[in-house]
Write a protein that binds this ligand. Sequence first.
Ligand code: ADP
Ligand code: MG
Length: 565
Amino acid sequence: MEKGASEPDPSHQRNGVVGVLYGEFTDTLNDRVRYSVSLTESALTIQMISSSPGRTKVVFNLTDCVGCRAYRGPDSADVGAYFTAYFYPFKRRWMSAGVARQRVEQCFRVALVQDPLANLQEAERWARAIRDASARQAPRRDGVVYMEVRRPCRVMILVNPLSGRGQALQLFTGHIQGMLTEAAVPYTLVITEHQNHARELVKKADLSQCDALVIMSGDGLLFEVINGLMEREDWQEAIQTPLGILPGGSGNALAASVHHYSQSPPAWNEELLLSCGFMLCKGLVGSLDLVSIHLASRQRLFSFLSLAWGFVADVDIESEKYRHVGAIRFLMGTLVRLASLRVYQGRLAYLPINEEPKLPKGSIKANHPPSTPQHPSLCASLPCRLIPNTSPNQNSRHNHTSTNSNHNTITNSSNNAITTKRPETQSDGKSRAPVDSLLPGLDQPVPESWTVVKEEEFVLVLAIYQSHLAEDLWTVPGATADDGTIHLFYVTAGISRPALLRLFLAMEKGAHLACGCPHLVYEKVKALRLEPISPQGMITVDGEMVEYGPVQAQIQPGLARLIYG
Ligand code: ADP
Ligand code: MG
């Protein structure tokens, strides 16, 4: 007969560790293999009980645990019950260097008594204790203000079946579905049928039924979702819906950035997917900056990743025909475009991050959304717990010293240009998306506090607000999801092909700024304007082509929320 014990472990307390639970269970396949199992606030420790001296002991960190469940076995004559805990610890990769998250499950058989119900209750007690302790042990980093999605949270997952190599759905069922079941996360799966399907859907969706919106695709589908949310009448609340990203496309810049923010070692493909799935299961939520973009046709877009003109935009769009090769399409596109390097004429101006604009009398007060949730109705609709942030470094990243001497400042522009010309409400009384208090009309000169770039010939202009431009392009080493910064890069004409290639190769390791390339300029800005003079070219926002022509943008700090840990 199977015997087990489940009681507080006095030895743990002697060692200064507070034991939460202690028990003895058997292996699920072999009754003669017994384990002593102890659960503390931070770890599950399993030790094999055997007569041999070399007892194996395994310690699982609860930060790596996504869930635990209890159940009866398939044999109704079996009085035992079972519980299984699911971990995704970092483990050495098979046949290659480095570590990556890999799935490990630990199953135990509980047969303390002859009463199946009592055994099941005991298994459930353990499963609950492991789940609860794991939920308290999400991997948090200093300097990030986290909220948590409601548990259990209801997730809407949008999959673009054509993204990447056309395998997003298979990747979802193969790697994510099981993980969500292990973590007991209920979800609704939506497979998009055409471009802008997701945009229309989230525009009309009843978001009170949805605790998180998750995109399994490339960056393009998230761009649709964010703009759909911002087109709603209740955009202010809608855009606070936690957003998640699962890399299923060929351009997975946000997924690569989110993984990077989690301070995990670099990962690609399925490993990156597993990492993002893990973060989704852990359900920590932080702020995400958006950038408001105005086009010449008066269309306004919201962007979470990038605004690009010239080389980067050309590569992005031209390489779409190599989508079937996955993320490597950008390298192929880079080589092709290098062979016929183009120079574009245009004017670039920006508001540096350290310049506080002088607001003229009578201007509309900046209507910045708060970077921490303060909206009263929001807290009612989204019961999130705020983890206090005590990092002293929070503001230090805004300190920027410019070392660039390539600019001059316009002194003859009108002061009142800062005043926004757009009304805050439409004629039908609906509230509009947030006011861009830093931007004059596109037909007005840029304000005095802006810097106008002297050069008018560029190989590329790239405004980026995440760390990665693609899975293997670590463009902004210091970027975070909510640093309130547009990281502006531009490369002026005259750069040689080998020098440009060197920059992109160095970017894999985030080392391009250390190349000492005199044609590469990097500025931290709050707003920018680009006016192409060359009659033809491409502009992309988050990797999606937009109308070609004058464009301006400003940061909207912490406007959205993102699931990451
Ligand atoms: P990738 O990284 O492979 O480019 P994206 O998520 O960026 O993947 O999607 C590529 C484009 O496909 C985007 O413009 C997106 O809006 C669009 N799209 C989304 N769903 C569909 C669909 N079902 N059919 C066709 N296009 C779609
Ligand atoms: Mg794309």
